[in-house]
Design a protein. Structure first.
Length: 593
């Protein structure tokens, strides 16, 4: 691996491309164990520069606040309450522009390295309303001039809020600068909320479950507001910990460690049972998974409810900061790097500089009325009914248990997809071909499939793909994450952004014939069941099959297909043939097999 040259498996590209899909995955997943995505050093330098831009940009913008002091006086003003308020606004804007999560080469964005703003300021691109049948004026899937204006208003109102001085007088013993006026927050709250009803993608990209909710806390006085901020952070940690109470997370740990640039390649084998024969997680991966879960429960519990300053509070702060910096150092796919930087700053700002604010000082019960539905009820619903709630507001973060999809193209369907949509980029493989030769681009493009296969749900994907294709040799397999990044401008592990709703929008523009494009949607695992629901859709015919797969079957398999079309599925309901022939009509939706 060099500065620009990726680390690829030692194969002949021409021969490799002709191998059966299972053999290619066997080679690529074994290579993943020691080299991860195989990214060149330039990729990691890109993310380092981007994170420095986030930190420096936030400090520069906040330093413009009247009365706060110059950028070089950072040590004298970093603990001001208005600093945390403005960091929330800055980070929301940073994310909704597309500079944060889901950007750059590790999310298959090579040229250009971001989507988001390049799409959402462009009429004619696809939008995905969350409840088009229930919320008036939200039907349709084509971005209009109104949507573009709403998005521009979000950017403008956020920028205007960042320029506001502190108002409301001083906070005795805390600050002479004051806080942002709650009335200045209203435009950003309203524009982003209304836009989210028109396009769920943008609200999720803004990390609305964290930053939009935090904007509501600006309406409370200093003490209650900062108690609210600590509750938001506590919910994020506990939500993430709860999402790890499953059998999937050790697979995530092993896969993430394989992609960590600071861990020597030979050492990465210890996270697997018996490389190259058995690529299930080792006991070490299980141990690290349990330690991570316990950390996210126990340390925040102490900081929020028990910490009163002194040695143990600062020891907990440092421990939790190291926890997030470790996540940062692995450069996980999806790259929530700035998000982890925000967490580290929040630790020292909320529990260090403002550690004297205790939850016992809460004055207004209305604070709980405002935040508990989002911090408690929505995550509970999302864990019980993951099909109803995005894994982001459900706070079921990177734990290997989220909705996913895989798209199956035949003939020239993939080329017609690219030609039929209004986008700001080309498909990832074509982006790579502008940087490398076609053979290198082909192998790098298939590394995404190996990453998916390393997860437990990816092993179900492999079985379901073989079930649907049944030996069909002209199928191009593309992960739904890549389709979403190309088609709607943002992707961050949210499978509900590339399920049958997106398929219908694509079909309206491309008009695929039966069998040319099928999508397998795999839902996340509910917390109380050891099964996951799946559906198979055809672009032209609609729903073809619905059933369930068991988590136990995923855990027992290797990251390459071994069952052929006989992967075990349960409670199957058939609505049409999985491989519809030419001219097949729309099957009746009440047909059951």
């Amino acid at each position: 691996m060099g500065f620009m040259k990726p680390q690829l498996p030692p194969v002949d590209a021409g021969t490799f491309g002709a191998l059966p899909r299972g053999e290619r995955l066997r080679t690529l997943t074994r290579h993943w164990v020691e080299h991860g995505f195989g990214s060149p050093y330039a990729v990691y330098l890109f993310y380092v520069v981007k994170c420095l831009f986030y930190v420096g940009g936030a400090a520069f913008v906040i330093a413009l606040t009247p009365g706060i002091g110059s950028l070089t006086d950072f040590s004298s003003w970093w603990s001001e309450p208005i600093v945390y308020q403005k960091l929330i606004v800055f980070t929301l804007l940073y994310e909704v522009i597309g500079l944060g999560c889901g950007s750059g080469p590790l999310t298959s964005r090579f040229s250009p390295p971001i989507g988001a703003v390049l799409y959402w300021l462009r009429p004619g691109t696809i939008r995905l309303p969350p409840w088009p049948e229930r919320v008036p004026l939200t039907r349709g899937d084509r971005r209009s001039g109104v949507d573009v204006l709403l998005y521009a208003a979000v950017l403008a109102s956020g920028g205007w809020l960042l320029s506001r001085p502190g108002t409301g007088g001083t906070i005795p013993g805390v600050s002479d600068i004051g806080l942002l006026s709650p009335f200045a927050v209203v435009p950003l709250l309203v524009f982003l909320g209304v836009l989210g009803l028109r396009d769920k993608t943008i609200f999720l990209a803004a990390r609305g479950e964290q930053y939009w909710l935090s904007l509501l806390l600006f309406f409370f006085p200093y003490t209650d507001m900062f108690i609210g901020f600590t509750f938001v952070m506590l919910a994020l940690w506990w939500g993430a910990a709860t999402s790890k109470l499953n059998h999937h997370f050790p697979f995530v740990v092993a896969t993430m460690m394989s992609n960590a640039p600071l861990i020597p390649s030979g050492l990465k084998r210890i996270f697997y049972r018996d490389h190259p024969r058995d690529l299930r997680p080792s006991r070490l991966s299980f141990l690290l998974a349990h330690v991570g879960t316990a950390t996210e429960y126990a340390v925040p519990l102490y900081l929020v409810f028990l910490g009163e300053g002194g040695f143990w509070t600062w020891a907990a702060l440092v421990f939790m900061a190291v926890f997030h910096l470790h996540i940062f150092s692995t450069v996980p796919m999806g790259v929530p790097l700035e998000w982890n930087i925000f967490f580290v700053f929040s630790l020292f700002h909320l529990f260090g500089a403002h550690g004297d604010v205790s939850v016992r000082d809460l004055q207004s019960p209305w604070l709980l009325v405002v935040i508990l539905p989002s911090l408690l009820l929505v995550p509970v619903l999302g864990n019980v009914r993951p099909d109803l709630v995005s894994f982001l507001p459900a706070m079921r973060y990177y734990a290997g248990n989220w909705a996913t999809s895989v798209w199956l193209f035949t003939g020239d369907a993939l080329e017609r997809l690219e030609a039929g949509l209004t986008t700001a980029c080309r498909l990832p493989t074509h982006q790579l071909e502008s940087l490398y030769d076609a053979d290198t681009a082909m192998i790098m493009g298939q590394k995404v499939q190996s990453w998916r296969s390393m997860h437990s749900h990816g092993r179900a994907h492999n079985g379901l793909i073989d079930r649907v294709t049944d030996g069909q040799d002209d199928v191009v397999v593309m992960d739904g994450e890549l389709v979403a990044g190309f088609a709607i401008g943002w992707n961050f592990g949210e499978g509900h952004l590339h399920d049958d709703q997106l398929l219908r929008a694509v079909q309206a523009r491309c008009g695929f014939a039966p069998g040319e494009l099928r999508v397998i949607c795999l839902e996340g695992q509910p917390i109380h069941r050891q099964t996951q629901d799946y559906e198979v859709h055809d672009a032209a015919l609609g729903l073809l099959e619905r059933g369930r797969v068991t988590v136990q079957d995923m855990l027992a398999r290797q990251p390459w297909p071994t069952d052929g079309p006989d992967y075990p599925v349960y409670d199957v309901r058939s609505f049409g043939p999985l491989r519809p022939g030419p001219g097949a009509g729309t099957p009746p939706l009440d047909t059951v097999s």
